[in-house]
Structures are given as C-alpha cells and as structure tokens.
Design a protein around this ligand. Structure first.
Ligand code: NAP
Length: 290
C-alpha cells in the first residue's frame, strides 16, 4: 500500500491531484484542508502522523498571495518558510518522502536564459523570499525530499491568471497585461499528473532517483500579455487585451522579468514528455466549455 498525505487539500494543486489520482487499488491518498491540518502547528501534524502513517507527503499548503505577502510578512513566512522545515523534520522522524512545491519566483530573472536548478537565486519579492527560505529549511535534512519549482499555474478552477482573466473579461472592455514578464505557464492538471508519476516511479525503484530540486512547467515561453492574448483568442473573450509595462502597475509586488525554468533535469530523470502550454490551454478551455 502507498499512503500519501496531501496538505493544503482545498487549494488548486491539491484539487488537481484529487482529480488526476491514479486508480490503483494500492494507492491511498488523503487530502487535508488547512482547517483539518495546519502545517504551521508541528504538534498537530505530528499527532496526525502518529495515528496515520504515510509513505509520501505532497505539500500543497502555501501562502500564495504574492502582493499581500509584501505586507502580511509574518504569516507568509510562517507558512512558506518555517512550516516546510517542520515537515522535513517530521519526514526524518516518521520516515516518509517529502514532495514540496516551490516557485520560479526564487529567481531574480534578469537574464533571458532558461533557469537551471543550481543557478543563483535572488528573489525580488517577499513571497519569493519565503519560498526560497522554505527550500533552504528542507534541504539540510537527510531525507528523501523532492522540491518541485513551477511557474504561472493555470486551470479553469481556483484563483489563477486564467480564472481571473475569464472573470474580468465579463466586466471590463479593455484589460491591460504586462509584456515585460516572461515565463512558462503551467497547466495545474499536467503538474498534478506529473507528481503522481514521480511518486509511482520513486516507489517502484527508489535507488534510481536523486532527491533535490527539480523544475517543472509546460513547454514553451510567453509573456503575460501574449498569454492573455492567446486566452482571448482561443476563448473568444469579449474584451481587448492591451499591452502594458509592469511600471504601469506600481502598487504590485515586483516580479522577475524572465523566469523560464529549464526542465531538462526532470524530463531526463523521470522520462517525461511535457505538453506545450498552448496545447494544454486549448485542452483546458475546451473541457471548460463542454
Ligand atoms: N499559483 C501559482 O501560480 C504558483 C506558481 C508557482 C508555484 N506555486 C506553488 O504551488 C503550490 C500550490 O499552489 P496553489 O496555486 O495550489 O495554491 P492555493 O490554491 O493558494 O492553495 C494553497 C492551499 O494551502 C492552504 N494553506 C494555507 N496555509 C496553510 C496552513 N498553514 N496549513 C495548511 N494549509 C494551508 C490554503 O488555504 P487557504 O486558502 O484557506 O489559506 C490553500 O487551500 C504552492 O506551494 C505555491 O507556492 C504556485
């Protein structure tokens, strides 16, 4: 039996994990909401693990409001930086494999060059700083921990670039989108499917796989403006998408200009073929309309 615990069970990625969970009789996954299991309360998580032994924990719990994190710093740091260290500590004590989700925002993003796992990090916003600290609090533990950095999650459910644009297009005629932020959009269902693949492969043959940091996003590169323009085109949205510079939105947290993640490591290690973001976007919008 493979027992998997998913924290942050009501979030977008956790919901996608539930949706894509492989139908194996030997795979048993439990999704715990923040209310049921708060990762910032180590004693609560410890009690849970004493009563419910697991083989894998996928940490989908996070403080994800990038702009609010600038002012709500203590809460963001506790959830994104301190709690992952607790989980690593518990992974050591209870002997499970930890899969933790991190972000392209750990990078400064000044170079137009795909980012490799070992490259220097230097977050430009507080959210990125907390996520980087979360990684750094996991890595010193001598445990099998896989940190998956990803970028620009989208789906037709939850609160993300796509759902926000779909909503705004019903209320606004002209929508400004920045053209000076470039990365790779990631369909949440593709990421979730990949996380299951990784768990099943590690479980099958743990000695084949090296714990550490891995990058995952859909193939292809785009700016936020081009992404919005493509959504507008495929989704027949009734609005105009206007190109804007990020300096036109002064109230927002800084974001890296170029945060395309290089995915060679995850592809070669786990034998993955990753869909292009446009293909996944078209599939996602098609399913939405159905
Ligand atoms: N969204 C993106 O574009 C993006 C990009 C790169 C990386 N990531 C990373 O991907 C991961 C998943 O993101 P997501 O978009 O699925 O996030 P999400 O939808 O915001 O889900 C996060 C979940 O964690 C819960 N949570 C917050 N504090 C918690 C705590 N102390 N204990 C337990 N649960 C807690 C939240 O509950 P409440 O909502 O009730 O607070 C929410 O249900 C995160 O690690 C995020 O940093 C996201």
């Amino acid at each position: 039996m493979i027992k998997v615990l998913i924290t942050g069970g009501q979030g977008q990625l956790a919901q996608a994990l539930a949706h894509t969970q492989p139908k194996h009789q030997y795979l048993f996954a439990t999704y715990q909401s923040k209310q049921a299991l708060d990762i910032t309360h180590i004693q609560q998580v410890k009690r849970y693990l004493q009563n419910n032994p697991i083989n894998y924990l996928i940490n989908c719990a996070a403080y994800t409001q990038v702009d609010h994190a600038e002012t709500d710093q203590k809460r963001a740091y506790t959830i994104n930086a301190i709690a992952p260290g607790y989980l690593a500590n518990l992974a050591q004590e209870f002997n499970f494999t930890l899969l933790h989700i991190s972000t392209d925002y750990v990078f400064e993003g000044l170079l137009a060059k795909p980012l490799i796992e070992g490259m220097t990090t230097n977050p430009v916003n507080y959210y990125g700083k907390t996520k980087l600290a979360g990684e750094q609090n996991i890595l010193p533990y001598n445990i099998p921990a896989y940190i998956i950095r990803t970028s620009w999650l989208f789906d037709v459910l939850g609160d993300n670039f796509l759902t926000r644009l779909l909503k705004r297009s019903q209320q606004e005629k002209h929508i400004g989108m920045v053209y000076d932020q470039v990365s790779s959009p990631t369909y949440i269902q593709d990421l979730a499917t990949t996380l299951w693949k990784i768990i099943l492969q590690i479980h099958e043959n743990p000695s084949l796989y090296q714990p550490g940091i891995y990058h995952y996003a859909n193939e292809g590169v785009t700016s936020r403006y081009d992404l919005a323009w493509t959504i507008h085109k495929i989704g027949n949205l009734n609005c105009n998408i206007i190109p804007k510079h990020s300096s036109d939105f002064p109230g927002f947290a800084n974001r890296p200009s170029y945060s395309v993640l290089d995915k060679e490591k995850i592809k070669s290690t786990f034998g993955l073929t990753i869909p292009h973001w446009q293909e996944s976007l078209a599939y996602c919008l098609h399913n939405y309309r159905q």
